[in-house]
Design a protein around this ligand. Structure first.
Ligand SMILES: [Zn+2]
Length: 86
């Protein structure tokens, strides 16, 4: 009996290279480091939102995440993350 989960496929349309992120253990956690070698997470930009009055209330929001294809150097930038994604 196979558990059905969610997979994330990162596919390069330039060279056809792709990686499936599939939970390998029971549960729903897939390891993003599995893409290394085929793709590379080049950078993750965070936005910090804080006021001078309340420094303890610093929140970081994900702004951009860039993934590079290691085969042909094409890349994709994921942006416009919802504001509740920290
Ligand atoms: Zn490629």
């Amino acid at each position: 009996m196979t558990e059905k989960g969610i997979r994330v496929t990162i596919a390069c349309e330039s060279c056809g290279h792709f990686v499936d992120l599939i939970p390998l253990t029971k549960g729903q956690h897939a390891n993003i480091s599995k893409i290394e070698g085929d793709f590379r997470i080049e950078e993750i930009d965070l936005d910090y939102d804080y006021s001078v009055d309340a420094v303890e209330e610093v929140t970081a929001e994900v702004k951009e995440m860039r993934i590079d294809c290691q085969k042909c150097n094409n890349y994709i930038v994921l942006n416009e993350f919802p504001s509740h994604v920290y």
